[in-house]
Design a protein around this ligand. Sequence first.
Ligand code: PLP
Length: 353
Amino acid sequence: MNWPSHGANPHYIYEAMNLPMPEKRMDLSANINPLGPPKALRDNWMNFFTDIGEYPDPEATSLKKRIASKEKIEEEMVMVGNGGAELISLLGRFFAGKRVLIIQPTFSEYEKACRANGCDIVYEFLDESWQLNLERLPLHEVEAMFLCNPNNPTGICFSYEQMLALAKLCKERNAYLVIDEAFFDFWESYQSLVPIMENFSNVLLLRSMTKMFAIPSLRLGYLLANEKVTRKLKSYQSHWSVNGIAIRAGEICLQEESFIEQTHHYIKKERERLFSFLKEEGFEISPSETNFYLLRWPHIESQLPLFHYLLEQGIVPRHTMNFPGLEGRWLRFAIKREEENDQLCKALKEWTR
Ligand SMILES: Cc1ncc(COP(=O)(O)O)c(C=O)c1O
């Protein structure tokens, strides 16, 4: 079967499963803020329209300056990308031909970018506690590693102390450490790693703005890294890669602190409610601290029958066939609005009967 490699665009999954797509659907396969984009984006939309006749600033200087000032770092340490995804592919090119460690299960684009650039890939697989065991990592063998924190697809967060210890280990072995923090702003107790970058020039932090601010179609992300790295990556990036609307939207979103707080509050409440229901009904879940989680019905090894059942109900989870280390034994769900989460609970309750 030709499994779609990502969530979203549900028609691909219905086609792959050879199922008719119900008219009413609920897509839980993309981990986007259920509150939708901040109101300020809607309010400014017509102003964006007046700008589309101009070329965007290829350096995205205004946005870069704001990110740098927010993070209290030099502007040269910031690189803006056409989504986190673009920055990952540029990193693949940066690591071309090198030996790279990827902690699985995780976001598939690291492997794709590395493979496209002839990297030699080494894997470390997390067991189903989903925790990271630093002593086991084959760091002596590699020149770079990718880690996702909070990790997609488990929603598990690795502590600040563990990241600091990992940064030290990587530095001792002369290896780059890329930490993909695409979901950092959903993690209520996140402690920023930016201050450690002064002593650890091998640490690269990757962030996406498309999830928290619900703008996946605009495409916006940024990388925080030492100046040598950002300069090199910039030389690979195509001119005007980040569009002008995304730049303007990013500037607005950076000021949306109370929107982030409101999101935390909403997601936490829904997560606690969902998790207590799901456990009560006998489902296993990953103890996520973010806006998505893994789920399995423990009485079946492959979750394909449950996946099939939910698709028929118009509920679209993310399959895990292409997550090495999961291979369909789990399904991933985004936490959505209360009424949608209720609909999921209702369908899952019926499944257990
Ligand atoms: C862990 C992770 N990193 C990066 C990305 C890319 O995000 P963007 O939409 O900013 O390209 C995604 C998208 O799903 C993701 O899950």
